[in-house]
Design a binder for this molecule. Sequence first.
Ligand SMILES: NC(=O)c1ccc[n+]([C@@H]2O[C@H](COP(=O)([O-])OP(=O)(O)OC[C@H]3O[C@@H](n4cnc5c(N)ncnc54)[C@H](O)[C@@H]3O)[C@@H](O)[C@H]2O)c1
Length: 316
Amino acid sequence: MTHIVTGAAGFIGSRLCAALLSRGERVVGIDCLRDYYDVALKRANLRNLSDHPGFTFSSEDLSLGTGFIEGMLPPEEHVVVYHLAAQAGVRKSWGSHFSQYTRDNITATQNLLEWAVHRGSVGHFVFASSSSVYGIPSEMPMREDVTVPVPHSPYGVTKLAAENLVRLYGSNHGLVWTALRLFTVYGPGQRPDMAFSRFVRCAMAGSPITLYGNGDQTRDYTYVDDVTRALVLACRSPGGLVMNLGGGIRVSVNRVIEILEGILKTRISVNRLPVPPGDVPDTWADTERAGRILGWRPEFTLEEGLAREAEWLVSV
Ligand SMILES: NC(=O)c1ccc[n+]([C@@H]2O[C@H](COP(=O)([O-])OP(=O)(O)OC[C@H]3O[C@@H](n4cnc5c(N)ncnc54)[C@H](O)[C@@H]3O)[C@@H](O)[C@H]2O)c1
């Protein structure tokens, strides 16, 4: 069996590839190395994978087509797809950037789904969706079955559109699928635009961090290795479900800063800015479904995971 990982050079995708390769699996990685953040980080992620004999890689752009994929696979090979390629990030998804989000999050997903149903031997299509699909729900924690998702950002709209495409290729064409709604993922390799990475790098440089709002906003944080474990478990599930993946508790940004001050043994000074459009006040995942269906539960506490991310950032 071959595992296709899209977004393989990115934060979560590269970590997923490494986890699969360490189990002796064959992995085809696809990533067109968008320059949304420093491409050197993506190249470094790929260097760590490319020595492995089980890894092959393409830098093709999935929004332009999928004709190249077949040539990377043995004929008739049974495959599973983990579709993580996307234009991530809430704040940049407004204005002229939106066309990039529609290309990478919607068109690329539809291209890959067409390829998957025509190939026929795709055992499972696992999609990395996002907590951003929920917007500002009236009930907490966020639950897959009771909340009608109304995203609060253009990014969330594109992730919900992609999730719905995955769902309808399942209902119309028999594709077996799972969509995992990831809640703020962190850990070694985290994207440099994300808060923890920015906070640690500023604290190490002795400069103030930029904090949007008063810091009372809460997030449910998920450690990257807990996410990759769930992605792998998902492809063994019966499929046809959306599932939340979160740490299961929500923590304020002010509390995160306190934890980081303890880990880095330094005072962190804060430069406050207004909350940008698209940011939601709170996220909190109900993870009962992932626990019941996948036998998954998060294993890393925020304190452990943050310490590991800080250790990684000091080392790079
Ligand atoms: N990091 C999080 O907290 C988080 C939370 C919720 C959902 N997600 C989802 O998880 C996935 C991975 O996120 P990440 O944080 O690792 O992001 P990332 O930006 O590090 O990785 C995504 C990768 O996809 C690639 N890509 C984009 N468009 C492509 C295309 N058209 N063809 C081929 N490759 C393309 C990019 O070059 C990038 O390397 C994304 O789908 C994202 O929406 C992430």
